[in-house]
Design a binder for this molecule. Sequence first.
Ligand SMILES: Cc1cc2nc3c(=O)[nH]c(=O)nc-3n(C[C@H](O)[C@H](O)[C@H](O)COP(=O)(O)OP(=O)(O)OC[C@H]3O[C@@H](n4cnc5c(N)ncnc54)[C@H](O)[C@@H]3O)c2cc1C
Length: 458
Amino acid sequence: MAGRRIMVVGAGITGLTVAHRLVVDHPHLDVTILEASTVTGGKLRTTPLAGLGIDIDEGADAFLVRVPWATDLCAELGLSDGLVAPSARGASLWLDGRLRPIPSPNVLGVPLDPATVAPGLLPDADLERLAGAGRPDVPLPAGDLSVGRVIRACVGDTVFERLVDPLIGGVNAGRADDLSCTTMAPGLLAASRNPDGLLATLRHASLKTDPTAPVFNTPRAGMGRLVGELTSRLGDRIRTGVEVTRIERADSGWVVCSTDGTTAAVDAVVLATPAHVAATLVAPHAPEAASVLGGLRHASVVVATMAWRRSDLEVPGDQSGFLVGRGEGLLMTACSFAGSKWAHLDDPDHTILRVSCGRIDDERHDTMDDPRLASALAADVTATLGVQAPPVVVRLTRWPRSLVQFPVGHPDLMAELHSAMAASPGLVVTGAVRHGVGIPACVRSGTEAAVEVADLVG
Ligand SMILES: Cc1cc2nc3c(=O)[nH]c(=O)nc-3n(C[C@H](O)[C@H](O)[C@H](O)COP(=O)(O)OP(=O)(O)OC[C@H]3O[C@@H](n4cnc5c(N)ncnc54)[C@H](O)[C@@H]3O)c2cc1C
């Protein structure tokens, strides 16, 4: 393996993980990362909020701790002591023009106890059904199904539309009626097929989990801390401001061509870019893989970080924010109370909100310039939280084509991708497309790609 050259394309969390794993686990490999942007991290970006001097994430702001990959990576990097959990655990939904608490306990929006459902949230017939086992009337067919198909069959349309779709669809700004349950919520799919019924199975499983254990963590300094640690360990192996435009096959290995006019001959290339970029780069070598990747849709979203004087707007300290139901007529899809959610962002003089908009079927934000978008989102905050004064700080971060959608049958598509790429040994595709958009899933995808590529060149 000594001296073998590996090129990683993209320095988001996936690409940084690939490179980190290769450098640590296979120190004889010669690893380089090319990153199109001038900074590393991709959708993990922590920057100071102008005027307030507080560092706040522009994209992802936390990772799930009930799966191991991100937590383990932080531990390996010595970051565990700096991780914090949200200080507010409650959250609400904006439905029928008012805020309603999300029933707790719930699993991805499925309430486990109908007594915790706020009055008026669900019709009586659905509450009765929620008191039962949650068995579908007709057994569900084998194979992957949409989240909507599973939840509608087991607990009814209203529970799906009012509770589950906002939560699961919110993860990747998708429509849960179109999303693969195997990829987005494998636990719900398995529980729906348990003869005991979805609800009975989830209730039983919940007895084994500690309800007070945190669900999310973040570095106190923001997700940029994780990116910064990986970036500094990788050092000059990373070249920023270099966009890869073409990959060519060579006699042995690959040649990577980039916008800075350079070409690099390498033994293997790992593409850790969004799927639509990988589609273009693999097209000349693996057209079937390109058509799988290019066929996936991506949602565009915006995060508006907005601050009000505390004298103008206060939010409950025990609430982390709210999600907005489909069809409520608002542009905003979610509103996170940054200072209630994270103690380290609790500013004595300002109430800071992270307001999101954009869904796979709602691209209105794309037609608005920044001032119009900012004022439309501020109007939504007025409609939901009642504040009349304008925000004193507004920062818009647009994330075009940022959240890949996982159609029903996505695992089969990934198997197709894998076999289509087999004809191009040494060219590996990874990233959120593999296992999901969450940070832990990306770390897992990066780790797997590192193992694959090391095996290939070894
Ligand atoms: C607004 C928002 C909020 C989110 N919130 C959360 C959250 O709270 N928790 C969570 O777990 N997940 C969250 N996610 C999802 C998560 O952030 C992403 O799925 C994850 O960061 C993707 O990482 P990645 O490395 O695969 O891709 P990216 O972060 O997109 O990185 C890919 C990199 O490749 C580079 N690149 C692209 N093309 C080229 C090229 N041709 N040459 C060289 N470089 C190239 C890009 O510049 C980029 O840096 C959120 C996503 C968004 C958009």
